[in-house]
Design a binder for this molecule. Structure first.
Ligand code: PEP
Length: 256
């Protein structure tokens, strides 16, 4: 299966900084050695910058194959939901992906498993691939509850979308590894991905099609060994996606 390397810019950037970053990414992706033809790559940017990224893609040949995504979506199709952005709006802005259920949204915006399932539905209904994030906290891991937590989080999405679960991208992001510089080891990550694959297998005969990304301090030093694991089908990259050379190096590591 072709791997997917998706950058999550989080709430970072400016018109000037984005342009510089995308220019450098475009130049790097133009060179065959980066390996983008052998993996899919995307940047999930703050919603106000979606139009800027599309405009730059239109004039920079190196960015032609770089997909664009958003970082959140409303569960509602339209209406009196001040501040929210619908999946149809994201689709109009050319989004191929949208991150749903990122731990920062679960933690700071109190998003529940049920809401994450609803947002997943909204994305799928508009033809956008949701990158559904799940993962345990440090307290949960230390209490030996990793498997229980990730299975519960995935089960909520499977319950709501069993018939089209193969259309999602899943991202295992241990909360303790996000933005901390402390990645899960390849062995730890693979063990969880194996459990998730088995859970998907029980839900659909299309489980082999579902990409399971690893996210949490993936960087130039650890990307190749994480991406070499049999059930790790790509990465969701935060901090390192803001540095063009780092992101390009991780994309190149995904060719295996
Ligand atoms: C993320 O925000 O999804 C993430 C994985 O961040 P980082 O790579 O910075 O840990």
């Amino acid at each position: 299966m072709k791997k997917l390397i998706a950058g999550n810019w989080k709430m970072n950037g400016s018109l000037a900084a984005n342009e510089a970053l995308l220019l450098a990414l475009g130049q790097g992706l133009d060179r065959a050695s980066t390996g983008i033809a052998r993996c899919d790559a995307a940047v999930c940017v703050p919603t106000p910058y979606l139009a800027q990224v599309q405009a730059l893609k239109a004039v920079q040949p190196g960015l032609a194959n770089l997909e664009v995504g958003a970082q959140d979506v409303s569960a509602h199709p339209a209406g009196a939901y001040t501040g929210e952005v619908s999946a149809a709006m994201l689709k109009e802005l050319g989004c191929r992906y949208v991150i749903v259920g990122h731990s920062e949204r679960r933690q700071y915006h109190f998003e529940t498993d049920a809401l994450v399932a609803d947002k997943t539905r909204a994305a799928l209904a508009s033809g956008i691939t949701p990158i559904v994030c799940i993962g345990e906290t440090l307290t949960e891991r230390e209490a030996g509850r990793t498997e229980e937590v990730i299975k519960r989080q995935l089960a909520a999405v499977i319950r709501a979308h069993g018939h089209c679960i193969s259309e999602i991208v899943l991202a295992y992001e241990p909360v303790w590894a996000i933005g901390t510089g402390k990645s899960a080891s390849p062995h730890e990550a693979q063990a969880v991905h194996f459990v998730l694959r088995a859970q998907l297998k029980a839900a659909t005969d299309q489980s082999a099609r579902v990409r399971i990304l690893y996210g949490g301090s993936m960087n130039v030093a650890n990307a190749a060994s994480l991406l070499a694991q049999p059930d790790i089908d790509g990465g969701l990259i935060g901090g390192a996606s803001l540095k063009a050379q780092d992101f390009l190096t991780i994309i190149a590591a995904a060719k295996i």
